[in-house]
Design a protein around this ligand. Structure first.
Ligand SMILES: Nc1ncnc2c1ncn2[C@@H]1O[C@H](COP(=O)(O)OP(=O)(O)OP(=O)(O)O)[C@@H](O)[C@H]1O
Length: 450
């Protein structure tokens, strides 16, 4: 009667205060039963329920502890373990209180988790246990998060209309700061900077600045700019958004893309000198040029194109309001070509030069590729490296060739030959550049996968 309704309403209002309780089924309270049930559905109003995912992760982790109740299975989206659909009940204990979780499906076929507990433990479950489960689940998710590489570059004709979309693939790249060949001191400086940034939540809050940091990576092709970005992502467990400016039609599209990026991410704008011309206007794509025969129309279109000032304003302003951590990385082969406004300190917090291979850097590569700390041929290589410029990518290429045969001498001799060749016929810079341009690049290769 009235009493049942009153109790129901009381419980309902208590539980609804917890915003993540998405569904409270009619059957969930039976006045005559000492047990209370709460249902969590995978989708609520056709929106994915993040609390559900967190619960699933939490229970998955529990299941590995207490495997007798639940079989766990590896799924693609997460490195962690999750419950299989058909699994039944798992008991959990929290501050001396027993609760039971049961997985199932609702009438529409969406997956659900039913939480059952004694009504005398109602307060502790609704006040703190559920929150604890969701927070634990989220922190496990963060630890297990598979990094993703997003790109807005439309890969095929048929989806060229949907350019303001991020597409992604799982990101697995072996690069790390340990294997990155560069001056060890510089490397340490960058590493410390990144770590300080990622731990800087309170600091950024205190000084009233957006929690973001900008890095400008510059240097000739093949010196490890893309590799460094991958190492940054691996170090911090951030996802990468590879922003292709030439695929963006206008500023509002850029805004959409930037606001759609998630926290803990690196936004990369590669070859910034090729994406924007010196006057700050976006370089038009050939396809656009041919379609814009009418001069007036071209001007009109131009106004809405991504401009340098638009880009800087976005980067400066767009995240000021939301306290989420983001890194912005610009790369260029030609520092001198960039507009000074773009590289002004404050907008890019750190300028990192990646240069031709030094002997110090070579030693890191020799360790990576050949597992060598020293070798009689190192002396010769050291002196040749002082006289010639060679990109780490070229060094790596030579060291890799014979790697499978574990023939260190052969690899080192290949490298010596390459160095001597470079020394003899110092190639015209342009030729060199052309050759370097042909080199496969990490992100470009990834894009082909879409
Ligand atoms: N500093 C480095 N340390 C370790 N490996 C490197 C380094 N530089 C280049 N390499 C190797 O060469 C390959 C190409 O380098 P990478 O794509 O990082 O160069 P880049 O500077 O981004 O070139 P580009 O300007 O052409 O994009 C990498 O996959 C990596 O194997």
């Amino acid at each position: 009667g009235h009493l049942t309704i009153a109790i129901k309403e009381f419980l309902l209002s208590t539980i609804q205060q917890l915003s993540f309780v998405q569904r409270f089924s009619d059957r969930s309270i039976n006045f005559f039963s000492p047990y209370v049930e709460i249902n969590f559905s995978q989708y609520e109003d056709f929106q994915f329920n993040h609390a559900f995912a967190a619960i699933e992760t939490y229970l998955g982790a529990k299941a590995t502890d207490k495997a007798k109740h639940l079989k766990a299975s590896q799924v693609q989206e997460s490195k962690g373990l999750v419950l299989k659909r058909e699994e039944t009940k798992v008991r959990d204990e929290y501050e001396g209180v027993n609760v039971w979780w049961e997985s199932g499906t609702d009438t529409i076929g969406f997956r659900t988790f039913k939480l059952t507990f004694h009504r005398r433990s109602r307060d502790i479950v609704t006040d703190s246990y559920i929150q604890y489960v969701v927070e634990e689940g989220k922190s496990i998710q963060a630890k297990n998060k598979k990094m993703k590489l997003f790109t807005n570059n439309p890969s095929s004709q048929w989806d060229s209309s949907k350019t303001s979309l991020w597409r992604y693939i799982d990101f697995e790249h072996p690069a790390s700061f340990q294997t990155l060949a560069m001056d060890p001191k510089k490397k340490e400086e960058i590493l410390n900077d990144l770590v300080a940034f990622s731990n800087g939540k309170d600091y950024y809050k205190k000084i009233g600045k957006a929690w973001k940091r900008g890095y400008l990576l510059y240097g000739p092709p093949g010196t490890g700019k893309s590799t460094m970005i991958a190492a940054m992502a691996n170090l911090l467990n951030y996802s990468i958004y590879d922003l292709e400016l030439t695929a963006i039609q206008n500023n509002s599209e850029l805004r959409k893309l930037l606001t759609a990026t998630s926290s803990k991410s690196i936004i990369v704008i590669e070859d910034i000198d090729c994406s924007l011309d010196l006057t700050g206007k976006r370089v038009k794509k050939e396809s656009n040029l041919t379609s814009l025969e009418d001069g007036e129309k071209a001007k009109e279109e131009d106004k809405s194109f991504v401009t340098l000032s638009g880009l800087l304003n976005f980067i400066d302003g767009i995240w000021s309001a939301c306290g989420q951590e983001r890194i912005v990385v610009f790369t260029t082969n030609h520092l001198a070509k960039l507009d000074p406004a773009l590289i002004r300190r404050g907008r890019m917090d750190m300028h990192i030069e990646l240069s031709y291979c030094t002997f110090e850097a070579f030693k890191i590569l020799a360790k990576n590729y050949l597992d060598l700390d020293s070798h009689p041929l190192f002396k010769k290589i050291e002196s040749l490296m002082k006289e010639t410029k060679i990109a780490p990518a070229d060094v790596a290429e030579n060291l890799m060739k014979k790697n499978r045969e574990i023939d260190a001498d052969g690899s080192l001799n290949d490298l010596i030959q390459a160095l001597e060749k470079k020394k003899k016929k110092i190639q015209p810079a342009q030729l060199d550049e052309q050759k370097d341009k042909n080199r496969g690049k990490m992100f470009k290769a990834f894009r082909m996968l879409f």
